[in-house]
Ligand binder design. Structure first.
Ligand SMILES: CC(C)(COP(=O)(O)OP(=O)(O)OC[C@H]1O[C@@H](n2cnc3c(N)ncnc32)[C@H](O)[C@@H]1OP(=O)(O)O)[C@@H](O)C(=O)NCCC(=O)NCCS
Length: 180
């Protein structure tokens, strides 16, 4: 894992920080692949209360460097659906996204998922491809009746190797989790 980085489950106290990081990440890292209207609409729809919704249980991991939140990822483990993966713009390219993705995959394998699926932003397709995901088909995320985001449906199947490696990584990850 990237040096100086720790991963932990998100808590309700993280909501504002998740919202700020998510907004900054979209505004800075997705603007090359989407129009300014698309990026603006995307950011405007984000809300602090949209994270860790009690009626929608999800696995949300945050990555921290020191006391700074530098990334987060959200998974529906039973469906094997990676719903979000966002890194602070100033941290992009330093291994935060890979560390979060690997930990979330481990949790998905442990939950019995046969694969992890996601709608990749156009800017993130190469990132996922180099981490074993294959493109299934073009997709769209509807933001408003006027604004839809083009994205790519991708999937990674669970392999025996990923299960074994995941178990090892999972043990390391779980040992750092605070007691509930
Ligand atoms: C896609 C994203 C999660 C990747 O996270 P990350 O922490 O930048 O990823 P990593 O550092 O682990 O790996 C990025 C790769 O790009 C390379 N890279 C180098 N400079 C980079 C830069 N300035 N920005 C991004 N990647 C860079 C890294 O070396 C690495 O190469 P590798 O694939 O050969 O290992 C992150 O860029 C992001 O948050 N993007 C905006 C939100 C988004 O699109 N999320 C996905 C929604 S589906």
């Amino acid at each position: 894992m990237a040096r100086g980085l720790t991963l932990r489950p998100a808590s309700e106290a993280d909501r504002d920080a998740l919202w700020r990081l998510h907004s900054r990440s979209v505004a800075a890292l997705c603007r090359g692949a989407y129009s300014s209207l698309e990026v603006r609409t995307w950011v405007e729809l984000l809300r602090p209360e949209g994270y860790l919704r009690p009626e929608q249980p999800r696995t949300v991991l945050v990555a921290e460097r020191g006391r700074h939140l530098v990334g987060f990822g959200q998974l529906d483990p039973r469906q094997g659906e990676l719903e979000a993966l966002y890194v602070a713009p100033e941290e992009a390219g330093h291994g935060v996204g890979s560390a979060l993705l690997s930990a979330l995959e481990t949790l998905a394998w442990r939950a019995g998922a046969h694969g992890v699926s996601l709608d990749a932003s156009l800017n993130a397709e190469t990132f996922y491809r180099t981490r074993g995901y294959v493109r299934l088909h073009a997709a769209q995320r509807v933001l408003t009746p006027e604004v839809q985001l083009s994205c790519v449906r991708m999937q990674k199947r669970r392999s025996t190797l990923s299960l074994l490696l995941g178990e090892r990584r999972g043990e390391a990850f779980v040992s750092r989790r605070p007691e509930p």
